[in-house]
Design a protein around this ligand. Structure first.
Ligand SMILES: *Cc1c(COP(=O)(O)O)cnc(C)c1O
Length: 359
């Protein structure tokens, strides 16, 4: 048995992969694979409509929001957001909570004159945390407020939606579909697909329709929200395979009980792992409990000299991809929707044994 803790591209549900395999050579009795047909074929178009509806059902997306399936993954949206939603003279607010926020900020600065960066990370008693919202220096008239509720690299999360005047643009690449959310609180939700949705390269964008009206004209056309909404995400040839696979993941999610069931599963997995870390003198996680991620759990061995051995023995037991991001070191266990509870249990069992042997 293998459990893949990769941060992304991450594990996909096994039943989905089996189904995709079974219909790879002959999709819907058409005698060709889904990758070998026109995206304008009525059978394919129908599939995209079902995928969108399933996503709408799963996330309870109101009718005044458009759903786009775009190219370029999460980072493509770093540029798309800035190009579409802010004119060259606009001011925008960006919360900086870690690696991905920082990349988004750097991209926005290419297109927007006034990028107001809110450096909100602080460390109290050795624990990283996000400063409380009353300490954020928001602008008077921001075109939008951008933040990343789950910093995939750093394992830092913001669990409450910030209360701000400007439309909220949110990078949900590593938390989308992991718990129920109220879509109406956001202006734009975007996510690269490779953590909780499907293959990399695809991005899902959920945008309040009035924001399509105010957008800028000089936007690279395949990244233009207005164009993609009008063309049903088919201005140019979409990534047909990724879209199809995402649709299969949505069906699987519905059958599993939707985002409520996922939230319960994700709570249980992350609680198990944090408990193991917190109750040991061998491992540590230096993030305040209020800002701990449920998707990506970074932890360190207090004796870093044992890191390589830990990774080697874990891999021998089928526990894969636990090495932390090169920016932060240590370990990181990413446990998106497709990771079963048994995976978290197997990891904790291994960690307990390893600690015992080396203490
Ligand atoms: C993975 C990730 C991205 C980048 O996604 P790409 O598809 O590689 O561009 C952006 N933001 C967050 C929060 C991520 O986890």
């Amino acid at each position: 048995m293998v459990y893949n803790f990769s941060a992304g591209p991450a594990m996909l549900p096994a039943p989905v992969l089996k189904k995709v395999q079974s219909e790879l050579l002959d999709w819907q009795g058409l005698g060709v694979s889904v990758m070998e047909m026109s995206h304008r074929d009525p059978v394919y178009v129908k599939m995209t409509e079902v995928a969108e509806q399933d996503l709408r059902d799963l996330m309870n997306i109101p009718d005044n929001y458009a759903v786009l399936f775009m190219h370029g993954g999460g980072r493509g949206q770093f540029s798309a957001v800035a190009q579409n939603l802010a004119g060259p003279t606009a001011t925008v607010d960006y919360l900086n909570t870690g690696t991905w926020s920082d990349f988004a900020i750097r991209e926005a600065k290419k297109y927007v004159k006034q990028v107001n960066v809110l450096d909100v990370m602080t460390e109290i008693d050795g624990l990283k945390q996000v400063k409380s919202a009353d300490q954020w220096a928001l602008s008077e008239q921001a075109a939008y407020f951008h933040y990343c509720p789950n910093e995939t690299v750093d394992g830092i999360a913001i669990h409450q939606v910030p209360r701000v005047q400007a439309p909220i643009v949110v990078d949900m690449s590593s938390v989308i579909l992991s718990e129920p959310i109220d879509v109406s609180q956001y202006g734009v939700i975007y996510a690269g697909a490779q953590k909780n949705i499907g293959p990399s390269g695809l991005a899902v964008v959920i945008i309040r329709k009035d924001l399509l009206e105010t957008q800028q004209s000089r936007v690279c056309t395949i990244m233009n929200y207005q164009v993609q909404a009008a063309e049903k995400s088919m201005y140019n040839t979409p990534n047909t395979f990724a879209w199809y696979l995402a649709g299969e993941v949505f069906k699987w999610l519905k059958a599993e009980g939707g985002v409520e069931a996922m939230a319960d599963l994700n709570n249980r997995k992350s609680a198990l792992l944090y408990e193991c870390v917190d109750n040991s003198s061998f491992y540590q996680n230096k993030i305040h409990v209020n800002n701990r991620s449920k998707m990506n759990v970074p932890f360190q061995l207090k004796n870093a000299a044992l890191d390589d051995l830990f990774l080697q023995e874990a891999a021998q037991e089928g526990l894969l991809a636990l090495k932390g991001h090169r920016f932060v070191g240590g370990m990181r266990a990413s446990m998106y929707n497709a990771m079963p509870y048994e995976g978290a249990q197997a990891l904790v069992d291994f960690m307990t044994r390893f600690a015992h042997q080396h203490s």
